[in-house]
Design a protein around this ligand. Sequence first.
Ligand code: SF4
Length: 360
Amino acid sequence: MSQEQDFSEGDLRNTGMSLKHDREWDYELDRIVEAVEERDATKVGLQFPEGLKRRGPKVADDIRELVPDDVTVMLSGQPCYGACDLDTFLMKRTDVFVHFGHSPMKNTDKVIYVPLFSNVDVFPIMEESLEELPNPEDAATGDADETDERPSVGLVTTAQHMNRFEEMKAWLDERGFDVKTRKGDDRLTHEGQVLGCNYASADIDADHVLYVGGGKFHPLGLAMEHPDKKVVIADPVNNVVTVADTEKFLKQRYASVHKAMDAEKWGVIFCTKIGQGRWEQAQEILDDNDDAYLITMDEVTPDRLRNFDMDAFVNTGCPRITTDDGPQFHKPMLTPGEYEIAVGNKPLDELSFDTFHGTW
Ligand code: SF4
């Protein structure tokens, strides 16, 4: 099954129906109110990711009802796409700062992280995904209880479904799989968790990896990072099982690299968001290239770069901006690894996904 095939029955992609899943979030108001009381707080900052911003005013109302009248509740209006993206301006100016929707990239007393787990049932779509995984009955040659006779499968998911991770593992185990999981590196909070920029939790000894979660960009990055593995996507939000197919994505990246090969003037973007800064990487490029100019910015958008007279850009910030939004920029936008290829420091076949490690 590839992402390019016609949609199958029950597939909710492009129908709008996927948005109708009933989502009830636990905003953990008790924990927030407790922190307000403990710190005798007068200013509370709330930061929501883009998809949940519309819930902000209602949550602010609920908090205002529970705290003393002199407490001011502020909503961050800054864009937010990940745990790397804390509103540090608001954080410094509030006694209690709450970041909703992501798990901590780095634990700190300054931030209350409220993860907001999805309540979508993942098991019906996992059942369907079994068709794309090795059949444990075929693999069993002796005693089925012997772990080494079970087909190995890696299991990963996003922070949104992390609350069901142990159940998912047990579910696969009961069906005869040797389930391989690991925590990854410092940038990841949980065992089995992946980010759009980090797939270290899939560095496991298994030819198949089951990704349970919505969207195709995480598993695409995963498949790019682990080209030797079959990445099966069980998407409970759109009710569809697919296999990550990197071909189209690779073509897009090769095209950008080719376009940038004649570039003379380079804009090197250093992102000032707290968890997206890769100063050394940006500095290395500058040290090596007299025609490279360092551009610092928080939000990296086509509009903000349009007035820079560059032939190409290299983005040391969030890799997803480069790969997902790349075609929208007026000049080629490359990852640091792609830049090395475009300027001839590395061969084209070394093109790989840009992953991000460490925190801040
Ligand atoms: S750098 Fe990008 S992909 Fe990584 S956590 Fe931040 S927003 Fe997500």
